[in-house]
Design a protein around this ligand. Structure first.
Ligand SMILES: Cc1ncc(COP(=O)(O)O)c(C=O)c1O
Length: 492
């Protein structure tokens, strides 16, 4: 069997593709601002919002798309979103402050996740909606509203542990939200605190790729809405959370081939495909394959806005009619909180090649001026090849060395054995040279700044926002970006 490294080509939409075809521009940025460097594309996030809005229109649903800010810290992306129809999901005090400072009105913000008192206070003070994590938070919020004479706070109940009427499908346990079984008690609390809190609906965020599980949760929410109505509340919103996913790879066949070969390699039927025989969750015990692949399904035929579309078109597990129709008929507004899916194609991470070292085993180690925290694709289980951006500007770098496709291991800049930018052998079109840059596409969702640290005082990546003007790429530091032009003419 061939020992050639298998490709996992990234899926590139036109903006990201055009940026990667501009090596001189990318090298100028890395020369000026250092490595690692993160690039974000604010125009792309606006386009992604529009894709979600189109799904709402198709199902004739009113409602809102909240960007789950946790996916990326960029100011440019958040500021650009203020000029779209998007709202924002803030999961910490700093994210909330950032959103308010970017121009989001409190009314367009939802506070999610576990909260400290300061976060709760500012959310209430600024008129944000509280996505309540459980009964304790409801009590705390009501007490704050009364103690500080804050405006009545709109509250959405986050629910969990749904089941269909036949108890066939059960959604997984979560440390967040209140179990639907405890809904009665939560509604008692809301009744007691009516002067301080206004319940506007219910929601969920289930961390799964399964449409079945989400359909069960959504139907569970529709039932819970009935409970609220029976108690005399006037709920009007169902929030389907985030988790719509991203399709990272260009070719399904490459993904299938790769995962099959990885299983063969773990079984010893082909040479290792990873550093130290790492199995991404698979192992062999007494000749038998054990464990399961703990990888993100990098090729996802239905992801992002298309996933929401599929969910709304899906029949409710017990009621049998499409979930979108049931939402429409019960006059519910739909809220969604995509993070990763709105950040799809919105950025890339650049790392300069510092050293290329041959080994006795015949493999090459490529050391980068970045570390595993700077591009945490692997931490999120996303396997995807980087793109070589040659220093000499030739598309395939053929001027430097005509070695042809090679498999390399990518090492980070920390003195840690575990600091591997990728644990697998990565396929490049040729052996890189010091000074070349590797671009990791599509890192804006969680992979560019979620896990970055200043360990060993290595620099944390700076961030720039880029856009195209008259066919040329222009850039600004992320914090310098505002959605206005400096050419005298302002947006219509
Ligand atoms: C409450 C909530 N909403 C939305 C999201 C965003 O999820 P995703 O980025 O998968 O769309 C998360 C992610 O953790 C979350 O916890």
């Amino acid at each position: 069997m061939s020992n050639a490294p298998l490709s996992l080509e990234p899926r590139l939409e036109p903006r990201l593709e055009s940026l990667l075809e501009s090596p001189a521009f990318l090298h100028t940025l890395v020369d000026a601002l250092g490595s690692p460097l993160n690039i974000v594309l604010p125009e792309q996030i606006a386009q992604n919002v529009e894709r979600f809005r189109a799904v709402f229109r198709r199902h004739q649903l009113a409602g809102r798309v909240f960007f789950a800010h946790k996916a990326n810290r960029s100011s440019a992306l958040v500021r650009r979103l203020t000029t779209t129809e998007a709202a924002l999901d803030a999961a910490s005090l700093s994210e909330l402050q950032h959103a308010l400072g970017a121009g989001f009105h409190g009314e367009r913000i939802m506070a999610t996740g576990p909260k400290d008192p300061e976060f709760l206070w500012l959310a209430a003070r600024s008129g944000a909606t509280l996505n309540a994590d459980g009964p304790g938070e409801i009590e705390e919020a009501a007490a704050l509203v009364r103690a500080y004479d804050l405006p009545r706070l709109r509250v959405l109940l986050r629910l969990s542990e749904f089941e269909t009427s036949g108890a066939r499908t059960l959604s997984r346990r979560s440390r967040f939200g209140a179990s639907v079984k405890s809904l009665d008690g939560v509604l008692d609390a809301l009744e007691r605190h009516q002067s301080a809190l206004e319940p506007i609906g219910v929601g969920y965020h289930v961390d799964t790729t399964s449409l079945d599980e989400k359909a069960t949760a959504l139907e569970g929410c529709l039932r819970a809405m009935e409970e609220l109505r029976i108690r005399g509340f006037q709920p009007r919103v169902v929030d389907v959370g985030g988790g719509f996913g991203v399709n990272y790879l260009a070719h399904a066949a490459q993904w299938d081939r790769y995962t099959t070969a990885l299983t063969d390699a773990v079984m010893g039927r082909r040479p290792p495909m990873t550093w130290g025989g790492h199995g991404y969750g698979l192992r062999v015990e007494s000749g038998t394959l054990k464990g399961s692949l703990s990888l993100y399904p990098a090729h996802r035929p239905i992801a992002g806005a298309a996933y929401l579309d599929a969910l709304l078109a899906r029949p409710a597990p017990s009621l049998g009619r499409p979930l979108g129709t049931l939402l429409l008929e019960s006059l519910c507004d739909l809220y969604a909180e995509p993070g990763r899916a709105l950040a799809d194609q919105c950025g890339l991470s650049l790392g300069r090649v510092l050293e290329v070292r041959g080994t006795d085993a015949g493999e090459h180690l490529v050391r980068l001026a970045m570390n595993a925290g700077d591009v945490s694709l692997e931490e999120h289980g996303v396997l995807m090849d980087p793109v070589l951006v040659p220093r000499d500007g030739s598309a395939d770098g053929s001027a430097a060395d005509a070695s042809g496709p090679v498999g390399v291991h990518l090492m980070g800049n920390l003195c840690l054995e575990s600091d591997l930018v990728t644990r697998r052998t990565v396929r490049l079109p040729r052996l890189p040279c010091p000074g070349d840059v590797l671009a990791f596409p599509n890192t804006a969702g969680y992979c560019m700044d979620f896990s970055a640290t200043s360990a060993q005082q290595q620099p944390v990546a700076r961030k720039v926002a880029v856009h195209q003007e008259a066919g040329a790429w222009r850039w600004r530091l992320d914090e310098q970006y505002w959605p206005i032009t400096y050419t005298g003419g302002h947006r219509a």
